[in-house]
Design a protein around this ligand. Sequence first.
Ligand SMILES: [Zn+2]
Length: 149
Amino acid sequence: MERLEPSVAAVLSALGGDAKPVTASDARSQGWPGSYALLIELESDLAVRFAGHEGRLDAGWYAYAGSARGPGGVGARIARHLSGSKKPHWHVDALTLVARRIDAIATRDLSECEIAVRLAASNSFAHVLPGFGSSDCRTCVAHLLAWQS
Ligand SMILES: [Zn+2]
């Protein structure tokens, strides 16, 4: 049994409801539309460019909120995020391509924005880089938050 990272436990606790971990081996069987949180561990500091901004992320754990309602559902999207070989498309790809570890948690009950709101409200995560991952969103500060260890 793999150890549950404290950051994963914090996300499960913050989201509640039907939120559950999804691994690379079972992602493809999760073909339903839903939302997800990625827990991404950066081994070293990372410079990022997004939406005309430049920013810097310190080494550590980050949570990213997203949703997938197209073909393949949330599982196909998670599988893509977990893949080490992909053409960068979303802001978060800059993190997942260099991550030491990525854990995924999926839910049918919450939108990606509700995930970001609950993570921030838990006080276990805080916003960094306003606008990161939330170009299409007019309500959230960002869809990326940093784990407050
Ligand atoms: Zn949002």
